[in-house]
Design a protein around this ligand. Structure first.
Ligand code: AMP
Length: 278
């Protein structure tokens, strides 16, 4: 497994892969890798002889009072983990390498940029879409792998690829959870033992709502209340939204597949999760 630090090194690596007519998978991450990332890397490695994992804590997607400085960075451990899941290269550039000049061009989803997570994290999705577009352009991969854990993000990336004719296939994979249901996240390590215990309510609430859906409940407000009923130990709830899964917009009653998005704070840690209703 090799470490690529610059865009030139990445481009040269991609050229080399292409010269042998091999296909290439891309797994964009911010590092602090866990088995959730691992599932994306493994899916790519199963499909492509070459898999590039990008590790970049993207300043453009963090707000002024967010955890950019605190975000865990551990390149060597991440490289070992990426290799163990089948990556052939890690691209870990510096912020100056990715943004040699302040970017003047931002990619923004028109309808959903400021909704749900975007309402609480202004500019976040513009930062995400802009960096993902840059990484997709740099890597020219056949497929790029993303987790459904960040459901809104995945939805926006799919739409961006469609709208901008990005040829890389966007693959979304299921959320990997701890045995007790907590969705794996690099931010879980901020949680105290008590906060982690309290945070189990998120998945319990999502499961409770899914059970009601499976018993025929289609009213978004009722389903959202069922989730909220399990979030009593959250320090604050940012939102619970029950949405049409295809448009990611509210609907008076779920007629097709739905999704429930949740964001809540446990201590100072903001956790997000979701469940698809189908
Ligand atoms: P991050 O490093 O948190 O930006 O995440 C990088 C990629 O890993 C994104 O596509 C995430 O959706 C995905 N991811 C994060 N956590 C999980 C998880 N628990 N299961 C599956 N994918 C995940």
């Amino acid at each position: 497994m090799i470490l690529l630090r610059t865009k030139t090194e990445l481009r040269n690596y991609v050229r080399q892969v292409r010269q042998t007519e091999q296909s290439l998978g891309l797994v964009p991450t911010m590092g602090a890798l866990h088995p959730g990332h691992g599932s994306l890397i493994r899916a790519s490695a199963d499909k492509h002889p070459a898999t590039v994992v990008t590790i970049f804590v993207n300043p453009l997607q963090f707000g002024a009072n967010e955890d950019l400085d605190q975000y865990p960075r551990r390149l060597q451990a991440d490289m070992d983990m990426a290799a163990s899941f089948g990556a052939t290269a890690v691209f870990a550039p510096s912020p100056d390498e990715i943004y040699p000049q302040p970017t003047q061009t931002l990619i923004r989803h028109d309808a959903l940029d400021a909704l749900y997570c975007g309402a609480f994290r202004p500019g976040h999705f513009q930062g995400v879409l802009t960096v993902v577009a840059k990484l997709l352009n740099l890597a020219q991969a056949d497929a790029a792998y993303f987790g459904s854990k960040d459901y809104q993000q995945l939805h926006l990336i799919r739409q961006m690829a469609l709208d901008l004719d990005i040829p890389t296939q966007i693959v979304g994979l299921p959320t990997v959870r701890e045995q007790d249901g907590l969705a794996l996240s690099s931010r879980n390590e901020y949680l105290s033992a008590q906060e982690r215990q309290n945070a189990l309510g998120i998945y319990q609430g999502l499961l409770r709502a899914r059970e009601a859906y499976e018993s025929g409940q289609r009213d978004p407000a009722t389903l959202a209340d069922l989730v909220r009923s399990q979030l009593g130990l959250a320090d604050s709830i940012q939102y619970v939204h029950v949405l049409d899964a295809a448009t990611l917009l509210p609907t008076p009653a779920l007629s097709g597949p739905g999704v429930i998005l949740v964001a809540a704070y446990y201590g100072k840690t903001r956790l997000i999760d979701n469940i698809v209703l189908n």
